[in-house]
Design a protein. Structure first.
Length: 118
């Protein structure tokens, strides 16, 4: 196992996660959160979770506050599977923001036969 994979496993153990079912319920309940898709723009345009905002990783930390209604608004991070979301969530939590990772990312959303916005 690579050092990077070991690091991701460590992050998975310490970061908060939500399931695709929980996310769907949050959307239906209209809870106050933002869903940030950290994939590249091309990936996002090929398909994404309805309501997601695309903010690729290179710009995220610098611009995330522009998206928040309040400094304590919950941020749910998703990527294609797991790596980028883990890294971003860890970074945002270091910045003091309330962030969680979507378990399995966009792939888990699609595997659960949820709606896809393209």
């Amino acid at each position: 196992m690579s050092v990077f994979e070991e690091y991701l496993l460590k992050l998975e153990q310490i970061l908060p996660h939500i399931s695709v079912e929980e996310l769907k319920q949050w959307q239906e309940d209209k809870l106050d959160f933002i869903l940030v898709d950290v994939r590249q723009t091309e990936e996002f345009h090929a398909g994404h979770i309805p309501g997601a905002i695309n903010l690729p990783r290179p710009n995220l930390e610098q611009h995330i506050e522009e998206l928040l209604k309040t400094p304590d608004q919950v941020v749910v991070i998703n990527c294609s599977n797991r790596g980028r979301a883990q890294l971003v969530c860890h970074s945002l939590r270091d910045m003091g923001l309330d962030s969680s990772v979507l378990c399995g990312g966009f792939q888990a959303w699609m595997d659960a036969d949820m709606d896809n916005a393209a």
